[in-house]
Design a protein around this ligand. Structure first.
Ligand code: CUA
Length: 472
């Protein structure tokens, strides 16, 4: 490389948009220059500086560190790439004349980061670094307080929305306690992210007069260890809480009432082996544990009463009986629904669940047992009442929406199509399950529900017919 042609004259380039800066330095150098001849030039724009760097080839470049118009990255790239011996001096007047000198030959690229910070070897700058640290601490404390406040508020909001239905079993209380703890953690994580984000967007936004780039750091082992260990410990702790809660919901009461639950597409049946009762309603005494032994007749269903919280799949197969323990705590009417997609009418696979006092439960059992031993006609009368038959069909000959049942059996029926038929067992059954096929003259078709074919069992149908036979 070509050497500067005048060895005794040092070329100094001063880069600053501030004319006072250049003039001041020029004067200073003239005073200090004992026997050294200087040739000084001043560049006030970036382009000018880079141009002179190439054309004029200075020995020393003095850069106004406080000058924001100098693109430091661009300048430094130019400064580093060449192989000609040259020094660069960064001088900051704002930082009480702090200066640092780089030698191009010995500069390594990662030293370029120094350009984003102030020189480190000066006293006032150390105190500035210190104030930056305490500034950082101040932000951290503010954010920590905001995160804490936000956590409390978000948690209160979530609690007040009332995401869960009434807590109607002992098991529900256990599940809800776990749920509340999760909500607290969710509120905290939400706040941690959102508060940091919003705070940074507002406080560290780019100001109108600033074009400084953000501080860069490559990695922090301490931070990485922290954000690996903390979530790990939290998750392990929650799995511990979860297993404790699971064990608690399964606590066995030897006095538990046993009920067999059978699920099928798309209805539920409940059997009480202790009493021999079969019911389509799940009747439960309050404050007594019930042990549900569940099985499916076809596909997988899932027993779920939201107010009781716990849920259990029903599997087809006799040796795949699943158990679920529930202790209802609030008297009231609920609904069991199927929580496993099981076909067309999955959404409608629900049955009433009635929680009653001990005395009412005993009364229900007595009534069911009495009925069990009753004759078919008595059972049929009850089924007719329960299913709304008697709202449209009188038993005393009065004309209601549908034909009266009095004297119906074995009578001659005139149908809407002009034919005549005898009201025997087959006719009665057909009229219940396919009400629009043999419509009696004088009564409009399409009025009677067509759903009894699904909702009534064979026994119930024959019981109703047995009841109709008694009405002579
Ligand atoms: Cu049964 Cu869904």
């Amino acid at each position: 490389m070509e050497k500067p042609n005048l060895q005794d004259k040092r070329r100094v380039l001063i880069a600053s948009a501030n004319p006072l800066y250049g003039k001041g330095l020029e004067k200073l150098l003239a005073q200090k220059a004992a026997g050294v001849a200087y040739e000084i030039r001043i560049a006030s724009t970036m382009a000018e500086t880079l141009n002179m760097l190439e054309e004029w080839r200075p020995d020393l470049v003095i850069v106004d560190y406080d000058d924001q118009t100098i693109d430091r990255n661009q300048f430094l790239n130019q400064f580093i790439v060449g192989d000609r011996a040259m020094q660069v001096m960064l001088v900051s007047l704002k930082a009480s004349g702090a200066a640092v000198v780089y030698d191009r030959r010995t500069l390594s690229p990662d030293q370029t980061q120094d350009w984003l910070q102030l020189p480190i070897d000066s006293q006032p700058l150390q105190s500035r670094a210190h104030s930056q640290r305490s500034e950082g601490m101040k932000h951290f404390i503010i954010v920590a307080v905001l995160v804490a406040i936000s956590t409390v508020l978000v948690n209160l909001l979530l609690q007040s929305i009332g995401l869960l239905p009434v807590e109607a079993s002992t098991q529900a209380a256990i599940i809800d306690r776990l749920f509340d703890t999760h909500f607290l953690v969710i509120s905290f994580l939400f706040s941690l992210i959102v508060v940091f984000l919003v705070y940074s967007l507002i406080v560290f936004r780019r100001r109108k007069d600033g074009d400084q780039e953000g501080k860069f750091f490559k990695g922090s082992t301490r931070l990485e260890v922290l954000w690996t260990i903390l979530p790990l410990v939290t998750v392990i702790y929650f799995s511990y809480l979860g297993s404790l809660s699971l064990a608690e919901t399964r606590k066995v009461d030897p006095q538990a009432l046993e009920v067999k639950v059978i699920g099928r597409q798309w209805s539920w049946t409940f059997e009480y082996p202790e009493f021999g009762i079969v019911s389509d309603t799940l009747q439960l005494p309050v404050n007594r544990q019930v042990l549900l032994k569940m099985t499916s007749e076809d596909v997988i269903h899932s027993f779920w009463v939201p107010e009781f919280r716990v849920k259990q799949d029903l599997l087809p197969g006799e040796n795949l009986v699943k158990e679920l323990r529930i202790t209802p705590t609030i008297i009231g009417s609920y609904k069991v629904r199927c929580a496993e997609l099981c076909g067309t009418l999955h959404a409608y696979m629900e049955s009433p669940v009635v929680v009653v006092s001990d005395a009412d439960f005993q009364a229900w059992v007595d009534e069911e047992v009495k009925l069990l031993n009753a004759d078919p006609a008595t059972r049929g009368e009850r089924v007719s009442k329960q299913n709304g038959c008697l709202a449209c069909h009188s038993v005393d000959g009065t004309r209601l929406v549908g034909p009266s049942w009095l004297g119906l059996y074995e009578s001659q029926r005139e149908l809407a199509d002009g034919t005549t038929v005898v009201a025997d067992d087959a006719y009665l059954l057909n009229s219940i399950i396919k009400p629009n096929v043999q419509v009696v003259a004088g009564y409009p078709p399409g009025v009677m529900p067509q759903s009894y074919v699904d909702s009534l069992s064979e026994t119930q149908l024959s019981d109703i017919i047995a009841f109709i036979k008694t009405l002579k």
